[in-house]
Write a protein that binds this ligand. Sequence first.
Ligand SMILES: Cc1cc2nc3c(=O)[nH]c(=O)nc-3n(C[C@H](O)[C@H](O)[C@H](O)COP(=O)(O)OP(=O)(O)OC[C@H]3O[C@@H](n4cnc5c(N)ncnc54)[C@H](O)[C@@H]3O)c2cc1C
Length: 381
Amino acid sequence: MGADGRHALVLGAGLAGAAVCSALSARGWRLTVLDAADGPAAGASALPVGMLSPHVTRNPTALSRLSAVGVAAMRAELQRLVPPGAGWLDGEVDNRGHDAGRWPAARVRPAALVQAWLHQALSTGLLTCQWGARVAALHQADGQWQALDADRRRLAEARAVVLCGAWGSHALLHASGLASDTALPLRPVQGQLSLGPLDDAPDAARPQRDSGVFVPEYTDSGLAPAWPTRVWAMGSTYDRGLADTEVTPERHQRNADSLQALCARAAERMERQRQAGHLLGWAGVRCASLDRLPLAGAWVDEAALAHTLQRPRRGKLPLAEVPRHHGLYMLTALGSRGLTLSSLCAERVADAMDGTPSPLPADLQATLDPARFAWRAAYKA
Ligand SMILES: Cc1cc2nc3c(=O)[nH]c(=O)nc-3n(C[C@H](O)[C@H](O)[C@H](O)COP(=O)(O)OP(=O)(O)OC[C@H]3O[C@@H](n4cnc5c(N)ncnc54)[C@H](O)[C@@H]3O)c2cc1C
């Protein structure tokens, strides 16, 4: 590809978009980020505190293997770019149910890493950001992808585009006539975190996880002014199919019930703060795929796939050979694992865009391939 070919639009500036910017700017790509919000990390990545921890299983699964690689990659990025206490704190978690035991776990405010990644990409001079830029449709003309607003005005264009809009990517691809429901089985999953100020000793020595995670103490100079600098937190509710960001008493109550089972003393603190009007809450929308794994790579050209499959061939068409829309990539459906998987998936997208071999084993690359749903459906029909 020529110099102009290495210019990409990145739609969305949460963990996914910022990780892609970091990976691509390090490889010399020129980038234009567009986000509907006024600044970075305005969607699910605005979460005040989340957990970066491995998904441990007795026998290895795709997710446990991806998460082992992903956790190491994210830790390295945090250590490289974010000072402890200003966006993350290292530690451990006690798993009380599934995968029982004590595991390494960092508490992380995703926005700190998003900002650090974007700052690093900006410092290369290769990144431009357009805030307040809601992309309503994508249109391909003369080999360029155009990002259009609701009035079909051109916001930006480039030879390549990476969709990092989480649940927003779903509407965008549908409105652009670029995806069927079968090829893109995504859904929103609403979640609410309950949190409050912590002015004395924490109620447990380390985070506790069963159905939900209780973080007894998190201190972060970057939490203010939206939140107190030192907080406890309990989360998160998990409402499939809902896409609102309303904080409600009913969702607090569900977190309170989970907290009661994990740490009765902390549940009492939560109730005291609720009665005093000091209980805080944050709600966001995760984007999950049908098989709960992210979509990272080049997007399928469904019409070309149907055409290819009409031709006689011996054996199945390998997934890696499924036809793609030239220059159209995505990193979405990070679900509840954006902190674990965004860096790993962004490198996978960057490898696909550069045409360089991925260090991931082929079977793990296949589990992330955005074309997998269309490919599976084609052979089921
Ligand atoms: C309550 C809750 C608790 C969670 N806890 C954890 C946790 O403990 N550990 C963990 O790893 N993960 C956790 N997650 C998940 C994590 O927050 C997400 O996986 C991650 O933030 C997703 O990042 P993203 O960049 O894909 O999406 P987002 O951060 O949502 O970013 C998407 C961006 O795209 C923009 N956008 C969308 N559509 C358009 C459009 N058409 N035009 C322009 N811009 C657009 C939005 O404005 C937004 O900025 C939690 C999520 C929730 C809601």
